[in-house]
Design a binder for this molecule. Sequence first.
Ligand SMILES: C[S@@+](CC[C@H](N)C(=O)[O-])C[C@H]1O[C@@H](n2cnc3c(N)ncnc32)[C@H](O)[C@@H]1O
Length: 258
Amino acid sequence: MKTNYGNWISTPMMKTLAFIAVGFYALTGAFYVIFGTEQAAVYIAFLLALFATIVTLYMAYCRFVFSFEGGGLMGRIHTYLLDHLAWDGIGTVLDVGCGSGALSIAAAKKFPLAEVQGMDYWGAMWNYAKEQCERNAEAEGVGARCCFQQGDAAKLDFPDNHFDALISNFVFHEVRTQKDKYLLVMEALRTLKKGGTFALHDTYGNRDMYGDMDEFIAAMREEGIADVSYIPHTEQEIPMPPPLRMMLRGAGLLYGTK
Ligand SMILES: C[S@@+](CC[C@H](N)C(=O)[O-])C[C@H]1O[C@@H](n2cnc3c(N)ncnc32)[C@H](O)[C@@H]1O
């Protein structure tokens, strides 16, 4: 059985971009037929078509670099995250926004005694599904230790102080059901046992979303999170080509112990 981990730049996203580019070329042609070369509208439509083409090509390149079959960057980011999870692998780890199960399964492989609970809302945008996670876990030989459940990261269906470890990668900034990202991070930490360990990777450098990270971390400590470390600009730490650094600008890792 083969794995299918998909891509953070999904097929529907690529199709939408290509459709927009083709649409602008069609518009350019239509304006040309109607107005000839006299009207500025022809040139504007053409410039928009060129811009859409460049964006589509850039995204196609990034998609290739991310992919497990191509550049393998998704896997390298997961490895980086798990390398910062100071866990003995005994007990259960929760992966918030597990997507296609890639990080959950990497955790199951790294910690052979661990149980893994993945959760995601599995919306249309990424083409990911619960059954896909289950098939991937089976294909990797860790199906018996991995469990996947639908839910909302903003209001997790898990009790307080329940998990031994907590992981999440590039999810919080995507969550539309909770605008306050501090509350979102604290909701994930709510489910972690006191003394449990966490590694949460996201675009914390986006000040519009996260505000000042020093204040964010100070608030976490005040709330009783025993040990919090923060690595800003992880896009500079993880090996990747410069165009990908541009896309992942402001990524960071929050990790430590509750
Ligand atoms: C960029 S993907 C990352 C997937 C996975 N964490 C990984 O590293 O491969 C973002 C994920 O966030 C999930 N997501 C977005 N909003 C969510 C929500 N409200 N609750 C749970 N998951 C959510 C999406 O379904 C998607 O799988």
